[in-house]
Unconditional design. Structure first.
Length: 540
């Protein structure tokens, strides 16, 4: 009899469809395919992810201009500060992945991220609108200590929000599709493609529109627009709450990534100690053997990870020193229209949009015939190509900067820090374009490599490690700039990063990075050539 069928085992429309296994709604109740998940729910989640990406680049693309302008930092101090913030934002996902997988779950983690985003962007808007304090000694306006503290507090609050958001956003959107259902599995694959495309478009818009508002209308209005966008996106995310499919997080005591990895290294240490002490037991714990193999798999990837840092070191200069280069050039376009300096960064995302389909539709088939690999290139080969292109990009940047300094000297502009060097902004386009092309190779390759080569239960940590490359590189860049700044000005001369870029030597720094990139590329090729892939899918 129908009356004997339990209520919770029937679909919402009165059908006999059972609830979906392994998922529930936000209150832990059963959910059904026709009333939950799918594109509707994924779009609610994607709204906050697109807004978060837009807002992040709306801040980062022009942050150095705010630090050297209203906050009065030197070029070296501002570049180091931007690198430190970027490094924190890229390393926080390691902690965010642990918290989400072990405690909060993805839905509640995203709720927390939305709260922190709104608070952070609200505070940064307030900080940028506070009046400066007048200095009676030199009749100049200086930022108050409270304003600086509030600004940096809001900045790092946004970094924490990103750390919570990054490991969960795209994953939670993908959770809305059932991988065991043919149509939903195909839709999930489509989600990844459209998600990446929309992110790139959002970056391109942010670095042009927002930076233009910040510099031509006002910093408070520019940051305030980002605050409004995040409030609206958070409300959209909340509107989809009743439709979400929520997976139960793994408990901290069992299979969380950090705990699992710690157990793996513990098992490897026990096994190594037993071998050294020649205590060979006939009955070795099979579980310990499996865990020690997981630890070995992670250790085998560490040389690859370390040699990727040079790639991140080059990219750390894009929102900082590349931006400062552009501010000294003739930015006119189409007559009286002037391109905002941060707008030059648009050429990176645009090159990705142009090059990605060329790579997928033209290069991959050609490479497939040449290598016999269905993907054209293995992830390691793809990463190596991206690293080589980043070496070319920073070398081009050094040549362009050398040319800019020559022109500044020819026109007698060396001592005029505010002068516009009679050199078109077009000279900087190649270094941005090559960086974008290297992104297509290296970043995608890193995500695939560290995801696929991690043990199954540690793959969220693998993705976090790929973000960590950019984070650690940013910290290294900031420390390196600070060190070189102190050394080069210690004898009373001009720093390589002098506030007057016409007396600085960014070209020397770029050549230094090119040398480091060349050495690490050689080391990378050595480690990559001897790396044996785990599994059959990613064969060399």
């Amino acid at each position: 009899m129908d009356a004997e069928v339990p209520f919770l085992l029937t679909g919402s429309a009165g059908t006999d469809e059972p609830p979906l296994a392994g998922v529930s709604d936000f209150r832990g109740r059963p959910v059904y395919r026709d009333t939950s998940g799918g594109w509707r729910s994924a779009l609610f989640v994607s709204a906050v992810e697109m807004a978060a990406c837009f807002a992040h680049f709306g801040v980062s693309s022009n942050l150095i201009a705010y630090l050297t302008g209203p906050l009065g930092h030197s070029n070296a101090a501002a570049a180091a500060a931007v690198n430190a913030w970027s490094g924190t934002a890229n390393l926080m996902p390691l902690l965010g992945a642990f918290v989400a997988d072990s405690w909060l779950g993805r839905y509640r983690s995203l709720l927390l991220a939305c709260t922190l985003y709104v608070l952070g962007y609200g505070m940064i808007t307030l900080a940028s609108t506070l009046p400066a304090v007048h200095s009676w000694n030199n009749f100049s306006s200086l930022p108050s200590s409270q304003k600086v503290v509030l600004f940096y507090t809001s900045l790092y609050l946004i970094a924490v929000a990103q750390g919570v958001d990054k490991p969960c956003g795209l994953a939670f959107a993908a959770d809305q599709f059932d991988p065991d259902h043919p149509k939903e599995r195909a839709a999930r694959s489509s989600l990844f493609n459209w998600f990446y495309l929309c992110m790139v478009i959002g970056v391109a818009m942010a670095v042009t529109v927002v930076s233009s508002i910040q510099e031509n209308i006002g910093w408070g209005i520019g940051f305030g627009a980002l605050f409004v966008i995040m409030v609206f996106a958070s409300l959209v995310f909340l509107a989809g709450t009743t439709t979400y499919r929520v997976y139960t997080p793994t408990t901290i005591s069992s299979n969380s990534p950090i705990t699992r990895l710690a157990h793996s290294f513990s098992a490897l240490a026990r096994k190594s100690f037993s071998f050294l002490m020649k205590e060979h037991h006939q009955r070795e714990d099979e579980k310990d053997m499996d865990k020690s193999e997981e630890a070995r798999a992670v250790l085998r990837m560490l040389p690859i990870w370390v040699t990727c840092l040079a790639f991140g070191l080059v990219f750390a200069q894009v929102p900082t020193l590349f931006n400062k280069q552009g501010r000294t050039l003739d930015l006119r376009m189409f007559g009286a229209l002037e391109l905002p300096p941060a707008g030059l960064r648009t050429f990176g995302p645009v090159s990705i949009l142009v090059f990605m389909p060329i790579y997928d539709r033209v290069l991959v088939p050609v490479l497939r015939c040449a290598t016999g690999n269905p993907s054209g290139l293995t992830p390691l080969q793809r990463m190596g190509m991206g690293m080589a292109l980043s070496l070319v990009a920073v070398s081009v940047a050094a040549l362009v900067e050398s040319r800019r300094l020559v022109i500044a000297r020819e026109y007698g502009l060396v001592d005029d820090a505010s002068a516009t060097v009679p050199m078109s902004w077009v000279w900087l386009v190649p270094q941005y374009v090559i960086c974008g092309m290297s992104d297509v190779f290296a970043v995608v390759g890193m995500r695939e490599f560290f995801y696929d080569q991690m043990p199954d239960d540690l793959r969220s940590l693998g993705l976090a490690l790929s973000w960590g490359v950019m984070g650690v590189s940013s910290f290294i860049s900031g420390a390196l700039i600070s060190l070189i700044d102190r050394v080069t000005k210690s004898g009373g001369g001009d720093s390589w990063f002098a506030d007057n870029l016409n007396r600085a030597h960014l070209d020397y720094f770029y050549w230094l990075l090119a040398g480091v990139s060349a050495v690490e590329l050689v080391l990378y090729l050595h480690f990559a050539s001897s790396y044996a892939y785990i599994g059959k899918r990613l064969h060399r």
